[in-house]
Design a protein around this ligand. Structure first.
Ligand code: G
Ligand code: G
Ligand code: MN
Ligand code: NA
Length: 257
């Protein structure tokens, strides 16, 4: 298709790039990690958001290649930061197409070898909705990756109601609470109760809980500013940034109380 051609030629022309959104401990004292987020800058400067082309890349068969490029670019950036003294967890979104394709393990393993980025600092994010698909396959792919030392995060947690039975058994390291629950916190007492329960349940299941989409001081207050065990990813602390802006952001946070 023409979009498939567009995506392939955009890769050749270097039109894809990654931004990184800081993940900050509650209270804002330190940056524990960043999530890589894909962007496409077309000729002329127009930025196409990922929601508009990732589904198409998945349908047209170009997501596998794009996914390998994302992993490589993110890990080499992560290693650049490490060499500069910034030891960050690096989260990379993984498309179901990559999970159910045949080379995710190989591509992660060779990327780590080529870039030198440590497996233990790489977090692969899969959205909760992926858990509906072939669970045997999913489990075995991620078991092999965890054996390498790579971490697994469940993204958009709380949105896939059918997956609690799987979550009981599937081994993962991090839960990322979907942004909709943050909005719920200020919506009604009933919605806030659900949101609080989801956060509490996540914390009972796993040590690393990231709350996504926090935009306001009010939301921070609702979650509980004293809850230093929680990690916040949202515009309140920072939007996704170009990679060269990550070290200055980390330094600016260090100076604050
Ligand atoms: O940055 P935001 O608008 O920026 O991202 C929108 C959606 O696109 C999110 O659901 C996010 O998970 C997805 N996305 C962003 N970057 C990537 C990527 O590198 N790989 C995959 N598979 N999805 C991504
Ligand atoms: O992979 P995931 O769907 O979690 O991607 C994160 C998405 O959420 C990206 O599109 C990112 O730009 C977006 N995002 C991150 N923080 C905020 C926020 O505080 N508010 C809003 N509206 N979007 C956010
Ligand atoms: Mn994500
Ligand atoms: Na999410």
């Amino acid at each position: 298709s023409s979009l498939e051609q567009d995506i392939l030629s955009a890769m050749e022309k270097g039109e894809f790039f990654l931004q990184y959104q800081p993940q900050v401990t509650m209270g804002g004292r330190s940056v524990v990690g960043v999530e890589a987020l894909l962007r496409w800058r077309r000729q002329g400067g127009e930025i196409v958001p990922p929601n508009e082309f990732i589904p198409l890349a998945e349908e047209t068969g170009t997501m596998a290649r794009l996914g390998r490029w994302i992993l490589t670019d993110a890990c080499s950036q992560g290693e650049t930061w490490r060499k500069a003294g910034y030891d960050l967890k690096l989260s990379v979104n993984i498309s179901p197409v990559q999970i159910y394709g045949d080379d995710l393990f190989q591509s992660v393993q060779s990327t780590l070898q080529e870039t030198g980025f440590p497996a233990e600092r790489l977090v692969l994010e899969i959205t909760e909705n992926t858990l509906r698909d072939d669970r045997g396959r999913l489990s075995s792919v991620f078991r092999s990756l965890r054996d390498l030392g790579v971490k697994v995060a469940i993204d958009d947690f709380g949105t896939g109601y059918s997956s609690f039975d799987f979550i009981r058994n599937f081994a993962f390291d991090t839960l990322k609470i979907d942004r909709s629950f943050v909005l719920d916190l200020e919506r009604s007492a009933r919605n806030a109760a659900v949101a609080d329960s989801i956060i509490q349940m996540a914390r009972n299941l796993v040590k690393d809980v990231v709350i996504e989409g926090v935009e306001t001081e009010g939301q921070i207050g609702r979650i509980g500013k004293e809850r230093q065990d929680l990690v916040i990813q949202g515009f309140f602390y920072s939007r996704p940034l170009d990679p060269q802006l990550i070290p200055p952001f980390i330094e600016s946070i260090k100076g604050q109380e």
